[in-house]
Design a protein around this ligand. Sequence first.
Ligand SMILES: [Zn+2]
Length: 340
Amino acid sequence: MYEFIVNMPKAELHLHLEGSINSTTLIKLAKRNNSEFPYQTTEEIENALANRPPGLQGFLDHHYERVLVLQKQLDFFETTYELVKTCKVNNIKYLELFFDPQFHTARGISFDDIIMGIDEGRKKGFLDFGVEVNLIMCINRERTISSGFEMLEQAKPHKDKIIGLGLDSYEENNPPHKYTDVYAQAKKEGYRLTAHCDVDMKNSTRNIWECLEILDVERIDHGINSIEDPKLVQELVRRKICLTTCPIKRPCDPQPQDIDRIREMVNLGLCVTLNTDDPPEFETGYLSNLLYLVQQASHYSKNDMVQFMRNAFDGSWLQMDAKNKYIEALLEYAESHGVN
Ligand SMILES: [Zn+2]
């Protein structure tokens, strides 16, 4: 099974560039940029990871401490290139990658530096490793609406490099409808739309409804609480909305999170994908490892694992012909392993 999963052609739709910097690179960048990074060694970083307070708040507070090391165009280039290389090792053929411009522009880094670095990293990564990457810029939902509009404006000259708009970060007290006008504008400009509805937030199901009815998204990131509302499930199925779940595992967890709820989502006919979110910040790590841990915990068959991956290609924002090409290769792989 492990070998089958490692070699399976993959797609991933929920992975944050800023959450993909490994400990060695963090130390390297912190030294190079002389930044106020609070850790001196990889052990100290691992220790901080293991002792994060639980929940989204504890995760994000530590996460943003790490992201401070990203300062120059070269940093964005290197981290993107490094990530694409790791995708190759995991046999990821296609990636839709989130990045958070506002966290950087608020620190005085120009949008141009951010996007040029990331774009060069993914282009060189494609040439060297054959992994295709599309970019999704995310609104940090705790920031102001005008800051969201500002980001759209800064992105204008780079529209050709960015496929979609997302919404992430501190969810509590920042419901999706806060960004109604920014999403309407982004849609007008031709961006594809998705938004995070994190797990077990105060108004999780209401937030998912808002994403559908008000923001008009095509995907939901996480969205596990949808199973609590049968009408919502019906609507997600009817609209063929893909939900990018992240059954990550922290050192204190016995197994990947939400195994049972993800199974229920599948049984209800939802289009579910499995994703790593912020790989070095969780024990699940990168996609091959996460898929294997989920398979072991859930006893999914090879057929089930292929279906998860088919959902990822299906739910991606690739053009139809490219999507079909990847799915064909996936099905050929499955067939050559006796999975039909
Ligand atoms: Zn995420």
